[in-house]
Design a protein around this ligand. Structure first.
Ligand code: CTP
Length: 301
């Protein structure tokens, strides 16, 4: 408390303790006071269990400390300084009735990592968040403005508004392609529906394609794609999707029931306007986020 030096903390504790609301609230207080936080990492703990709470690697802590004293957080240049950035993250939920929705398995971790990385590189960041767990969202410092939304249509409004003054828009959110044609006013019951229930769905607007079609001059639009194919087929699908949406970069990852979602790590390929692979990255979602921003910086150049 007496020091006038910048403070870097590297929390390490059991997962239960890290996740406790008291700890999470205290971390927010520390961040708000300008304390720099490194980690914790997700992995094996001393008790033999595994999860978030593992101390960050000493190298990472040392780099963070050096970066703080040299004025560049995370050991990175502040190459996004002066840019306004919008990142969407999480998964939309489309209501069926007052108690049910159609959703997806996106945790928002990759989007949160993108937002935090951009802020650390000097950008002014707005994160449009759809149903992101408090624990994941807790990793966002005060440097990021968070706008919470529920459905695809709400996300479209929030992202379009934020994008009207943005230099870069990254749509990392999993947006529902369809929503129920009607939202039942009262709970659907088995008594009324019988043993079969048919839902009619209507298409949601493609938010990122709309943004790309109306992009401001000099604005960079980035889309994500989660694909269940692999190899050449994955790349071909990605190229077609980039072209169809007319985005500057498409970040594609292979997903499956046990892959890509809710995990700490990710593996992506970035396709640019020429259809070429502009970058490949794997590792923590933060590492992947840095690689995506590197590709954004390169493409803007
Ligand atoms: N996206 C969007 N609006 C939608 C759906 C998706 O902006 N209504 C964005 C996502 O945020 C992501 C990308 O588009 O950046 C993902 O597109 P995807 O759903 O994979 O593409 P589709 O055109 O729906 O193709 P597919 O037939 O493979 O689902």
């Amino acid at each position: 408390l007496a020091t006038t030096a910048p403070v870097v903390v590297a929390p390490a504790m059991h997962t239960e303790m890290w996740r406790h609301p008291a700890t999470q609230q205290n971390m927010r207080v520390l961040r708000a006071r300008g304390v720099h936080v490194v980690g914790p990492a997700d992995g094996p703990l001393t008790g033999g269990d595994s999860g978030p709470g593992r101390m960050s690697e000493p190298d990472e802590i040392a780099n963070a400390a050096l970066a703080v004293v040299s004025g560049a957080e995370g050991g990175r240049a502040r190459d996004l300084a002066g840019l306004r950035v919008v990142v969407s993250a999480g998964g939309t939920r489309e209501p069926l009735d007052p108690v049910r929705f159609l959703g997806n398995r996106s945790s928002g971790r990759q989007g949160v990592a993108l937002a935090v990385a951009a802020a650390d590189r000097g950008a002014e960041v707005t994160l449009v968040a759809a149903h992101i767990d408090g624990e994941v969202l807790g990793g966002v410092g005060d440097g990021v403005k968070v706008v919470s939304v529920g459905t695809a249509l709400e996300m479209q409004d929030a992202v379009t508004e934020a994008a009207s003054a943005a230099d870069v828009v990254v749509m990392a959110a999993a947006v529902a392609d369809y929503r129920p044609a009607e939202v039942a006013k009262a709970k659907l019951t088995k008594e009324a529906q019988g043993d079969r229930l048919t839902l009619e769905l209507v298409e949601n607007p493609d938010i990122v394609a709309g943004l790309a079609a109306g992009r401001l001059s000099g604005q960079t639009v980035v889309a994500f794609a989660a694909e269940t194919s692999s190899g050449d087929e994955l790349l071909e699908r990605a190229r077609r999707k980039r072209e169809r949406k007319d985005v500057d970069l498409l970040v594609v990852n292979e997903v499956g029931w046990a892959r890509g979602f809710e995990s700490a790590d990710n593996e992506v390929v970035v396709i640019d306007r020429s259809g070429e692979v502009a970058a490949e990255a794997s590792g923590s979602k933060r590492e992947v986020a840095e690689a995506v921003w590197d590709a954004v910086v390169a493409t803007r150049r």
